[in-house]
Design a protein around this ligand. Structure first.
Ligand SMILES: Cc1cc2nc3c(=O)[nH]c(=O)nc-3n(C[C@H](O)[C@H](O)[C@H](O)COP(=O)(O)O)c2cc1C
Length: 229
């Protein structure tokens, strides 16, 4: 076979076959608390959202609705193709090496706590009780706005899920994917007149301890979201 064709076939196999093996992603068996259905249409254009997005470092002390939190979770990691289990953010081989955590501090209808988003059933699974935003702000070198935002997302990478297929590139792909998730959340937030900051400056071990992450699960992004002051 022509080497170029062989390479193209190999790439196609490497990047798509994972979907057939894991149609609903790694969390298909879990269950939690149902979230409102995400809206699939909106009034703010993609261009307007891209143009308006800015990092926000001061938030109003206002409750975030569960509908809004649901929408932000969906934008970050929701399932957008039910049949094949594909999500809103692309993933190498559709192997989905990310977990989306939510530190909820001021969300209507749910207690403060650490939740994990389950994409396939579109649910939130409660992992820990209590308002841990202050602790997260401390782990992020005292960036105060993290404690002010009603919700703080933490994108967690599990590169091990990619290692069998992608070997030494697993770490790179996992980090790249976190960027897609962060941008989706940031742009969706703009459509709801909300703001976000992409926070990369934090002590990994501290954030992992606060979220009680398993070994091999790495916090990659901390993303406070709320109404800009
Ligand atoms: C990987 C990454 C890490 C970042 N870490 C932080 C951070 O720890 N704290 C912060 O306030 N902003 C952080 N930012 C936001 C940048 O400072 C911000 O995007 C930049 O100043 C441009 O402003 P804009 O987002 O409003 O366009 C980070 C951005 C990226 C992409």
């Amino acid at each position: 076979m022509n080497p170029l064709i062989r390479a193209a076939v190999l790439i196609a196999v490497l990047f798509t076959a994972g979907a057939a093996l894991t149609p609903a992603g790694p969390q298909a068996e879990e269950s939690g608390m149902s979230l409102p259905e995400p809206e699939l249409d909106g009034e703010v254009s993609l261009e307007a959202a891209v143009a308006a997005r800015r990092s926000v470092r001061s938030f109003v002390d206002a409750t975030m609705s569960l509908e809004t939190l649901s929408q932000l979770c969906w934008a970050g990691q929701g399932v957008s193709d039910q049949q094949r289990g594909f999500r809103t953010a692309p993933s190498a081989g559709a192997l989905y090496p990310l977990e989306l955590y939510v530190a909820a501090g001021n969300v209507g209808g749910i207690d403060a706590g650490i939740y994990r988003y389950l994409p396939e059933p579109h649910e939130l699974k409660r992992e820990l009780d209590g308002d841990l935003r202050e602790e997260l702000a401390g782990a992020a070198l005292g960036q105060r706005w993290i404690a002010e935002a009603p919700v703080v997302f933490v994108v967690v990478g599990v590169p091990e899920r990619l290692e069998r297929r992608y070997g030494p590139r697993a770490e790179r792909y996992t980090i790249l994917e976190a960027g897609h998730v962060g941008q989706n959340i940031a742009l969706q937030a703009v459509t709801r007149d909300l703001g976000t900051t992409m926070v990369g400056a934090f002590v990994d071990d501290e954030v992992a301890r606060i979220l009680d992450l398993k070994s091999g699960h790495q916090p990659l992004y901390v993303i406070p979201a709320g109404e800009p002051r």
